[in-house]
Design a protein around this ligand. Structure first.
Ligand code: ADP
Ligand code: MG
Length: 456
């Protein structure tokens, strides 16, 4: 390999350090397993052996790695991720996920298996013990343990995590199996595309050759008569030939609205397992696990505090880690209990502010930026008013239940695209400008003080 004067190991550690500084929440501990193979033709070749990790890097991290490569080398370099070439040439274990299909799924439906979602990183607790046991059984004995496996539960309780763990483990254990993971919407989009293109037989053949079909969020079939009909046939074909089917849903089969009776009975004929909200102990364990995976130090008292404050679902816990990590990086401080109280405490309060009125927000903004209410609602386009106005729209979206149109109405009769644009540009500015972010945080805490004093 041509290697214009870079030492591969140094390059790797410099790259990882730069990424850790620039994109801390993107970094994972398994990034340590990458190998820098060398620089050739202006491109750094990076090898990663795990196919799921490889795919993730290729799909989500190329730009960040390229930027980091350019910063650490001072040269205009690209980055290419490669797998274990000797394995790639063998037609063996195949995981097919949304993208590799000819009947194109819309990009947003093009699901990616996350390397984060495996059984090792799944914390078992009383609420998910059965679902977890069934999932591992299905991944080791597809088509024989429980068929179909139907996992249901509320948002953010680990359904997708379990489904993707099944895929990853089955792929590892059963080299030649053809596994397909797709969201219900992805399935639906492909179906409708096929109908439109007059390629129904292609569509059918495609789905009916899999050994394991894993469909996430099957409740989205609700009201989709045509897709339900088609799915029913796909289901039967696979089921009758002993192929494994795994489904997740936000409700048990009988409670999915507008689902045909025959599908309800098919869905319920294997094992139906629920995932229930985690208790305190499980929340602490999940927090610790998630932090570890991201290379963040969380002391026991911080984990207990966060777990005691946030109990709606697990995404919320992850959000808390991201926030803590962000603040700790920005201010170059350790994550202490005091910091956690400051950061998470504010989040807890802010979630109680949902009843805030737009008038409260307008008052806050005009007070904070010292501008007149009439200017805020006027057609003036000077920067001194447009930014505060946009902040106001952003806050209204976050803290009230009004629609984009309604918010536009309050802010001087603007249309919903203006509001959408405002929200986007505030989000971008927050991401890019730590000072601005803190300004927003200050306004948010003033707003929560206001709401607090109103509700007293
Ligand atoms: P759902 O699909 O049920 O809405 P997800 O599977 O997307 O929820 O889970 C949301 C987040 O919570 C994911 O990051 C997932 O890794 C995490 N999570 C959920 N349950 C667990 C668990 N038992 N152990 C570790 N992480 C979990
Ligand atoms: Mg999900």
């Amino acid at each position: 390999m041509v290697n214009d004067s870079f030492d591969n190991n140094t390059l790797k550690s410099d790259l990882l350090a730069m990424l850790q500084a620039e994109h801390p929440t993107m970094c994972r501990r398994w990034f340590d397993d990458i190998r820098v193979l060398g620089v050739t033709g202006g491109v750094i070749l990076i090898q990663i052996m795990e196919p799921v990790q490889l795919k993730y890097l290729q799909r989500c991290c190329v730009q960040q790695f390229a930027d980091a490569a350019q910063s650490v080398t001072g040269r205009l370099l690209g980055v290419r991720f490669v797998g274990d070439e000797s394995v790639e040439t063998q037609p063996s274990a195949r995981l097919v996920s949304g993208d590799s299909i000819t009947l194109g799924a819309a990009p947003e439906e093009d699901m990616l298996i996350s390397p984060d979602y495996n059984f090792d990183s799944f914390v078992i607790g009383p609420g998910n013990r059965l679902a977890h046991a069934a999932a591992t059984a299905v991944s080791s004995r597809p088509g024989q343990a429980y068929n179909p496996l139907f996992i249901h539960g509320g948002v953010g309780l680990g359904k997708t995590h379990l489904l993707q763990s099944i895929c990853q483990t089955a792929m590892r254990l059963h080299g030649s199996m053809k596994i397909y993971y797709v969201s219900c919407n992805g399935f639906m989009t492909q179906f409708l595309d096929a109908v439109q293109a007059g390629e129904m037989s292609l569509f059918r053949n495609k789905f009916r050759v899999f050994d394991m079909l894993v469909i996430d969020d099957i409740h989205d079939l609700s009201k989709r008569d045509q897709t339900q009909e088609e799915f029913f046939h796909t289901f039967n074909t696979l089921f009758q030939s002993g192929k494994q089917i795994v489904l997740s849903s936000d409700a048990p089969p009988s409670e999915i609205p507008y689902l045909e009776e025959r599908l309800i009975s098919r869905f319920g004929c294997g094992l139906v397992a629920s995932v229930d909200p985690p208790g305190f102990e499980t929340r602490v364990a999940i927090l610790t696990q998630k932090a570890k995976m991201r290379g963040v130090e969380l002391s026991d008292d911080v984990a207990s505090y966060v777990a005691s404050q946030l109990d709606a679902n697990i995404r919320q816990l992850e959000g808390a880690i991201t926030k803590l990590q962000g603040v700790a990086m920005l201010d170059q401080v350790e994550i202490t209990l005091a910091l956690a109280k400051q950061v998470i405490g504010r989040q807890v309060v802010s979630e109680q502010v949902k009843n805030t009125s737009i008038q409260d927000i307008l008052d806050c903004i005009s007070g904070f930026y010292d501008i007149k209410l009439t200017d805020l609602l006027s057609k003036k386009r000077h920067k001194s008013v447009t930014v505060p106005r946009q902040v106001g729209m952003w806050l209204s979206r976050k803290y009230t239940r009004f629609s984009l149109e309604e918010i536009g109405g309050y802010f001087g009769g603007r249309d919903h695209t203006t509001v959408m644009h405002a929200i986007k540009s505030i989000d971008t500015k927050r991401g890019a400008d730590g000072f601005f972010q803190r300004e927003i945080t200050t306004i948010e805490s003033q707003l929560s003080d206001k709401a607090g004093s109103i509700s007293k």
